[in-house]
Ligand binder design. Structure first.
Ligand SMILES: *Cc1c(COP(=O)(O)O)cnc(C)c1O
Length: 465
């Protein structure tokens, strides 16, 4: 049949499968085009172009927000082809949405930038739901397999600690093996075994900016036929692309530097094609993010609102330049803080004195540049009378004026958090010790203000001690 001369309302199943192939080929062409661009160009344009704007979106130069729960089909044949996943379609906004698709495609390109790898991405309603969606499929119960364990860096975001320790550990009886010295490969090696379903690490960790050797840990995981999942929220693909170093899946809390303007909670899960896993069907291993979208994500329902997808995408376009400015400012702030007598220790991967500076140098660099940059997040330990005390830290914190007191980071505005009473409050003494959180630990997320103004604010706050 001559495809072009059939009225779509008359198209049969074959017609729609053919139409699906055309749509897929068009997408492949757009991906190939974007792969010839630099990082910034990819972030600005993604897969969207003038042709798509004119043919499908009334000429809108910006990707539209599709505020619609569902898609209409020409006829039953298209509905059948679409719902059987025989052709690309978005169907229902809990599963997919064209606005979310623009964000997902751009993210997949940025996370795989310069690697030659094919990747796909799934946008979720929060960073926590991205972590859950990325990890849960590996935790299926199977009596024939050894008891389940998870090997993960102990220094993780407070929410991640709770998700693993309480939701997986306490409620589901899974063993969580915390890697305390994440730079010690021997410790990783000792903890991974036949029962390990996946290996997980935060790079760098929030808030203690701890690192691990992504490439070597990926090798250890792969030797057991299991995936390495990395949360690189605090580095972002502008500095670190874990897929390049062997990670199978990357998660981002897009609520952070992906969308510095701070309007939206969102998560992103990006997987390379053909991940390593002993668990799961071929479809899951072949294209994890797409499989997750079609099955568990659809069934569990942590969808991202299309408005949130476009708000995130609009910020993502300038990710590289924001990361550059924020990281340069952070370095200036760090240099100044190191000189201050009220500050016992400054934790920042960019410091030569930082214990894992070699790993920072290896894995963090401004994309499309020779410049070594280390991100916007730093932590300081305020000098106290003893290690149970937080009097001085609280005096400093309460005196901040320009800097916001909030549990937030990656923001265009500088934000500071006292972690022991906020992000890491629920996990108790022992959990905080695991994460190296002292009562006087203060995390500072450096924003886009002029460095002199940030330093002036910190100076007047330190003077309050
Ligand atoms: C904030 C954060 C998360 C959780 O993301 P939400 O979008 O808040 O759900 C996960 N990991 C890291 C490193 C974070 O900073």
């Amino acid at each position: 049949m001559d495809h072009n001369h059939i009225n779509p309302f008359d198209g049969n199943l074959e017609y729609w499968i053919e139409e699906g192939k055309r749509m897929t080929a068009d997408r492949q062409r757009r991906i190939a085009r974007a792969r010839r661009w630099k990082f910034d160009t990819t972030a600005v344009h993604g897969l969207y172009d003038a042709k798509e704007a004119l043919e499908r979106n009334n000429g809108s130069i910006m990707e539209p927000v599709y505020l619609s729960t569902a898609q209409v089909y020409h006829n039953s044949a298209e509905l059948e082809a679409g719902l059987a996943y025989l052709m690309p379609n978005w169907c229902y906004t809990r599963i997919a949405n064209p606005s979310n698709y623009f964000l997902e495609e751009t993210t997949a390109l940025l996370e795989s930038y310069g690697t030659g790898l094919e990747a796909s991405c799934l946008a979720t309603g929060s960073g926590m739901s991205a972590i859950r969606t990325a990890t849960e499929p590996f935790l299926v119960l199977d009596d024939k397999l050894p008891p389940i364990n998870i090997v993960t860096t102990a220094k993780v975001y407070g929410g991640t600690f709770q998700q693993f320790a309480v939701r997986r550990g306490v409620e589901q009886g899974m063993e969580i093996r915390w890697v305390k010295e994440s730079t010690d490969l021997e410790e990783w090696r000792r903890k991974i075994d036949e029962g390990t379903r996946f290996v997980y690490g935060e790079f760098p960790s929030n808030p203690s900016v701890e690192l691990f050797d992504i490439e070597e840990v990926a090798k250890l995981a792969h030797a057991f036929g299991i995936p390495l999942i990395v949360d690189s929220t605090c580095a972002s693909p502008a500095l670190t692309r874990p897929l390049q170093w062997g990670a199978d899946i990357v998660v981002q809390s897009a609520s952070k530097v992906f969308s510095s303007n701070g309007t939206t909670i969102a998560g992103l899960l990006t997987a390379r094609k053909d991940i390593v896993s002993r668990i799961g069907c071929e479809e899951m291993k072949g294209d994890f993010a797409t499989w997750a979208k079609f099955w568990p994500f659809r069934d569990n329902g942590p969808a991202l609102h299309p408005m949130g997808a476009i708000l995130t995408l609009n910020d993502l376009r300038t990710l590289r330049s924001r990361m550059a400015q924020m990281s340069r400012t952070a370095m200036e702030v760090v240099s100044w803080l190191q000189e201050q007598p009220q500050v016992e220790e400054v934790h920042y991967p960019g410091l030569e004195s930082y214990h894992a500076h070699d790993l920072a140098r290896r894995y963090m660099q401004l994309v499309d540049s020779e410049e070594r940059l280390y991100g916007y997040m730093l932590a300081i330990d305020i000098r106290e009378r003893n290690h149970e005390d937080s009097t001085n830290a609280r005096k400093f914190y309460d005196a901040l004026e320009l800097t916001y007191r909030a549990t937030d980071l990656g923001r265009i505005k500088t934000v500071a958090t006292l972690n022991s009473i906020s992000t890491h409050q629920q996990q108790g003494e022992e959990g905080r010790a695991l994460a190296s959180i002292k009562p006087g630990t203060c995390r500072i997320s450096v924003g886009m203000e002029d460095p002199a103004d940030i330093i002036a604010d910190l100076e007047q706050a330190l003077a309050a001690i």
